[in-house]
Design a protein around this ligand. Sequence first.
Ligand SMILES: NC(=O)c1ccc[n+]([C@@H]2O[C@H](COP(=O)([O-])OP(=O)(O)OC[C@H]3O[C@@H](n4cnc5c(N)ncnc54)[C@H](O)[C@@H]3O)[C@@H](O)[C@H]2O)c1
Length: 353
Amino acid sequence: MTGGAGFIGSALSRRLAESGHEVVASDNINDYYPAALKLARLGHNGIARPGDGEKVASSLLPGLSFVRLSLEDKDGMERLFGEEKFDKVVNLAAQAGVRYSIDHPYEYLRSNVDGFMVLLECCRNFGVGHLVFASSSSVYGRECKVPFSEDARTDSPVSLYAATKKADEAMAYAYCSLFGIRMTGLRYFTVYGPWGRPDMAPFLFADAIMEGKPLKIFNGGHLMRDFTYVDDVVEATKRIAEDAVAVSAHTDSGRGCGSSGSACGSGSGYGIYNVGCSSPVRLMDFVAEMERAFGKEAEKVYLPMQQGDVYETYADVSRLERDYGFRPRVSLEEGMERFARWYLSAENPLRKE
Ligand SMILES: NC(=O)c1ccc[n+]([C@@H]2O[C@H](COP(=O)([O-])OP(=O)(O)OC[C@H]3O[C@@H](n4cnc5c(N)ncnc54)[C@H](O)[C@@H]3O)[C@@H](O)[C@H]2O)c1
């Protein structure tokens, strides 16, 4: 599992190990946001002092180990795949963030395109049966009608981040078609919760509320987001990664296949799923929920729409529900309470007082 020191990856690797799976998590622990938080997530999973390239076993979770490694380190990745003989791979490592991609485009190509390419080649050359990879709701761009369906066209990305996620979907499709490796892309919708990302709105708003600084509200607050609680995302990803249905069965039923609903190639299965709460909220309602959870009213400053941003996200999750009997369900109220409790606790190395 790549991206194991990340927000979603640290929670997923913990959950998979707790369920009895043998998991090797990897991550390069880059400094896109403070490495202190990534190291604290690893510490929470019982991984201490992760050194370069060497495998460290968790002291808390039997079955979990960690390797510090970059996706684009071809030799290191080949060595790891050769040693471990993975049957499945979950790829969550990526350069994330829409706004950062405007000023740091090459970071996105390095991790999300070159790195993803190395991963695909490793899956091909080391007999991996199923690659589950994180895509993003951002592939829907600004023009899609809501709720976003996996059948909608996604060829008008409005950020380079979205373009690289779309590229990942296309590259995975090609490898599924050429080499018969099962590929499942998950379009996550604005994920929040404990151990969350400090570059995303919930964390930034929490910082501002605690420091008594104004919250930056873009597009006058006229934005809707399908905020999705991290445990729901972890559960959906786990079910899909655990799915043992043979590739040929996917082909026969059309289950889990691409936007056309058909299989991508001879005897292989390609699937795309939205993973979102399917319950979008207005940004100002989200802010009100945060103020309630943190017990403080925030000052606000209203700013224009940001470059690369979309007005609304809203997931149609009927495909996920049909194929995996699951739909995200943690309410914003409950999720925000859990996030606030964690943010204010000693577990959060970045908390503002
Ligand atoms: N959090 C969200 O709301 C959201 C929404 C849509 C899609 N996603 C996608 O889900 C995945 C996980 O997101 P997250 O929120 O946990 O992000 P995150 O940034 O917390 O986690 C990603 C991890 O990948 C690592 N990483 C980055 N580039 C790497 C590379 N080249 N080699 C090895 N490791 C590398 C980072 O150090 C980081 O720990 C990402 O692919 C992201 O694009 C997230």
